[in-house]
Design a protein around this ligand. Structure first.
Ligand code: HAM
Length: 416
């Protein structure tokens, strides 16, 4: 029979790689709980309309990257390409605002985008995602930056840079839009890349952060968004930057940072690594005031960020797998069932270990214990079975002694 293989751009994660993912999730729970963030679990599949209405019809994600399919009743469904839209949908549907005036929600899990796979870019990838709903205070923007930075530091990563920008609001963005559009109209647009030729009329802001060198060169003298900010947006952004300055959190104000999703307003930011190749952005986020209302909820502001776990994994050193305390090696078929009870009692006391499900020779069982990397091998043969004893062997020194099965917990405690 032919083998069935996984889909292109999807990955199987085994230790030691999967250990990194466990570490990233545990660190996220630990750090984010210090800010009052609560974990939520949301569906991986949503109605397609949710993403079209939030991320934006004209974005690359919605235009060409979504896994969209009809269900058995011909309803259009989509595997979530990101988490924010789903969190906002769930926030509205479950009326979370009536319970918490400011909700801080954290979620992690797989996202799906039909992109060209390469290093740091997968079709199924994983995000650590935080959303803060219900506040427009610039202090919340600064806290979000503290959160992402503490998280990355908690992972042991500090050779990263933060880029930040303000995209303005419903009031001042149209002014910038108009200025930018007339600038783009004045260019020889045939020199822009194919995507930017389309974006120039559908989503002009995206032309600003195109990575193609000729596009970069052409928009070098484009109007600056900071020159179009209204006083409210200017004050908001200045306050965010001033808190970051006071905290000593280094950042670069990048006027070209516009992000690829349409829901952003005011503060946007990315955390970039120069050590992982072309897919350098390890985290991105910002404010999306207006999105909750746009999805049929109350007119409440919101902000958040997501870290890309595959990209963070590229920066993490190997994480040690959890160690077993013992391997219970059974030397005689008659001792197998008793061994299961002994091991279970030890696990109930908090020890971690495995039993050889077969009786084998001492030599092959010790080889197995070595492979598992345990400190202690417990040996149970016919003689020990009869005397209610067990042999405790220190794998590092080779020293061993027979102890009563009743004293095993203590003997193992001394070893561990
Ligand atoms: P995003 O910039 O599209 O933002 O994605 C956030 C992070 O996910 C990126 O910085 C990157 O590390 C990772 N990422 C994105 N696409 C891929 C991929 N194909 N393969 C591997 N990693 C990838 C968002 O998704 C927003 N929802 C973030 C946010 C939350 N904004 C407000 N709240």
């Amino acid at each position: 029979m032919s083998k069935i293989q996984k889909i292109k751009g999807f990955a199987d994660l085994f230790p030691p790689e999967s250990d990194k993912f466990v570490f990233m999730e545990q660190t996220a729970r630990d750090i984010f709980s210090r800010y009052g963030c609560q974990e939520v679990r949301l569906p991986l599949v949503e109605k397609t309309e949710l993403f079209a209405r939030s991320i934006g019809e004209e974005t690359d994600v919605v235009q060409k990257e979504m896994y969209t399919f009809p269900d058995r009743k011909n309803r259009s469904l989509t595997l979530r390409p990101e988490a924010t839209a789903g969190v906002v949908r769930a926030f509205i549907e479950n009326k979370i605002h009536s319970l918490h005036p400011i909700a801080k929600l954290f979620t992690c899990g797989p996202m799906f985008r039909y992109e060209r796979p390469q290093k740091g870019r997968m079709r199924q990838f994983h995000q650590i995602n935080v959303e803060v709903l219900g506040t427009d205070a610039p202090q919340a923007d600064a806290e979000l930056m503290f959160m992402v930075w503490s998280y990355l530091k908690g992972l042991g990563l500090d050779k990263l840079s933060i880029e930040i920008n303000s995209l303005g609001c419903r009031e001042c963005r149209p002014v910038f839009h108009e200025r930018l559009t007339s600038f783009l109209e004045g260019l020889d647009q045939s020199r822009l890349c194919e995507d930017c030729q389309r974006r120039a009329s559908t989503n002009p802001l995206r032309v600003l952060d195109c990575k193609v060198p000729t596009c970069k060169e052409l928009v070098k003298d484009a109007p600056k968004i900071s020159d179009s900010l209204c006083p409210g947006c200017r004050d908001h952004f200045d306050t965010v930057l001033s808190i970051l300055d006071q905290a000593g959190l280094a950042y670069e104000h990048n006027e070209r940072l516009v992000r690829g999703l349409d829901y952003y307003q005011r503060t946007t930011f990315e955390v970039v690594s120069h050590d992982i190749g072309a897919q350098a952005s390890v985290a991105g986020g910002g404010r999306y005031d207006g999105l909750i209302r746009q999805l049929g909820g109350p007119d409440l502001p919101g902000l958040g960020f997501a870290c890309g776990m595959e990209r963070l994994a590229l920066l993490l050193d190997k994480i040690g797998s959890p160690q077993l305390d013992f391997f219970l090696a059974v030397l005689d078929q008659q001792a197998l069932n008793k061994a299961m009870i002994i091991a279970q009692n030890l696990r109930d006391k908090g020890f971690a270990g495995e039993v050889s499900f077969e009786a084998k020779s001492v030599k092959s069982l010790l080889r197995q214990a070595n492979k598992l990397g345990v400190k202690t091998c417990l040996l149970l043969g016919p003689e020990e079975l009869e005397k209610d004893q067990i042999i405790v062997k220190d794998m590092a020194t080779g020293a061993q002694k027979a102890v009563s099965q009743n004293d095993l917990e203590q003997a193992l405690g001394l070893q561990c």
